[in-house]
Ligand binder design. Structure first.
Ligand code: C5P
Length: 242
């Protein structure tokens, strides 16, 4: 049986990997897995259940394995509740990063993530797609950007203003509120990077064989074109080898 082709895209928070992965999937007609959304939903479920995220791992892992999570109609559902917006909060992001450091939670979510691999193919984004979940992916990409650039992008997103406007206002110190938001976003990203890369269970890293895509100076279209180009190369090389 022919293996389902998988493109694994890992990288730090706010690097733009989700947008790039989603567009690559749309271009190829592949399924898309936002594994971060699964960790965020697990964190939300744990918070709603009143579990202590700093306490024992087992109850959190049991809940993560059993939570009634669905992706449908472009939304993320926990049971009958559309939690798409809620899981995007900074609180859920930080809580997700906390529970993601627990090996029992990662184990509980492993098969759930692998179940997304289906014909005609899958583009999966996260932190350990290449290193753990889809080790035999046809293409592995480590997508990153400088931390300041990522903080500008996230700030612009939160303030709902164009990126260049946000950069200009912050650099020229023209908007004190925006500068405060930028500082808190930057601190949060640095802390999250430290936690995601420094944990012992499936730390964020560029694995051997993964292609580095630094998007600091790239537009989304350019980043998408780069991934599609690499995928074409590996597909052609595989077809030639058969
Ligand atoms: O990608 P996103 O920021 O939505 O992920 C939220 C958190 O979930 C990350 O900070 C990370 O700690 C965790 N995560 C993970 N492994 C993944 C995806 C997300 O540890 N594959």
């Amino acid at each position: 049986m022919k293996a389902v082709p998988i493109i694994a895209i890992d990288g730090p928070s706010a690097s733009g990997k989700g947008t790039v992965a989603e567009r690559v999937a749309a271009k190829l007609g592949f399924h898309y897995l936002d594994s971060g959304a699964i960790y965020r939903a697990a964190a939300l479920a744990a918070l709603q259940a009143g579990l202590d995220l700093a306490g024992a791992a087992e109850p959190i892992a049991a809940l993560a394995g059993a939570m009634p999570l669905r992706f449908a109609g472009g939304a993320v559902w926990l049971g009958d509740a559309d939690v798409s917006r809620q899981i995007r909060s900074e609180e859920c992001g930080t809580s997700a990063s906390r529970i993601a450091a627990l090996p029992a939670v990662r184990d509980a979510l492993l098969e759930r993530q692998r179940a997304f691999a289906a014909a005609p193919g899958l583009v999966a984004d996260g932190r350990d797609m290449a290193s753990v979940v889809f080790q035999s992916a046809a293409l592995k990409v480590f997508l990153t950007a400088g931390v300041n650039e990522r903080a500008w992008r996230r700030t612009a997103q939160l303030a709902t203003i164009p990126l260049n406007d946000a950069k200009g206002l912050i650099e020229k110190e023209k908007d004190a509120k925006l500068a405060i938001l930028f500082d808190s976003v930057l601190t949060d990203l640095q802390e999250r990077d430290r936690r995601d890369a420094g944990r012992s269970a499936a730390p964020l890293k560029q694995v051997e064989g993964a292609k580095l895509l630094d998007t600091t100076q790239l537009s989304i279209d350019e980043a998408v074109a780069r991934v599609l180009g690499w995928y074409r190369e590996v597909s052609e090389a595989q077809a030639g080898a058969v």
